[in-house]
Write a protein that binds this ligand. Structure first.
Ligand code: SF4
Ligand code: SF4
Length: 121
């Protein structure tokens, strides 16, 4: 469940408002959005993934999360953690580089000769 929207990190881009399929956030003109309908959260992580500045924290296991604070999320390095684990954002360390199939494909592409394709006979 969505637990934290960091007002200090948020740039009020409202991407999370648009990305959320459950309409959990409410845009606030001239300010950061608010978590208006937390109970409707489906824990889909879309808002956390799409947030460009890692200002959101979604708890995977909300039944065991009580009273979590922004400081605790920062201390645990959890802001942006889900997107990092997915390798979702450009320039971020992700899981693909550790995947043997991906590495094999990259190696085969590197080994392939380059140049214009020969015309079909
Ligand atoms: S986790 Fe999904 S349902 Fe919950 S607030 Fe984020 S986008 Fe909405
Ligand atoms: S996507 Fe992130 S930066 Fe944009 S409004 Fe939502 S919390 Fe703020």
């Amino acid at each position: 469940m969505i637990e934290i929207l960091s007002a200090s990190r948020c740039t009020a881009c409202n991407v999370c408002v648009k990305a959320c399929p459950a309409n959990v956030f409410e845009a606030v003109p001239g300010s950061v959005p608010v978590i208006a309908r937390q109970a409707d959260c489906q824990t889909c992580f879309l808002c956390e993934i799409y947030c460009p500045v890692d200002a959101l924290f979604v708890a995977a296991d909300p039944e065991h999360v009580t009273g979590i604070t922004e400081d605790a999320v920062v201390a645990a390095g959890l802001f942006g953690g889900y997107a990092r684990a997915l390798g979702w954002k450009k320039g971020r360390e992700g899981g693909a580089d550790a995947d043997p199939t991906h590495r094999l494909r990259q190696a085969s592409l590197t080994a392939m000769p380059t140049g214009p394709r020969s015309p079909a006979p």
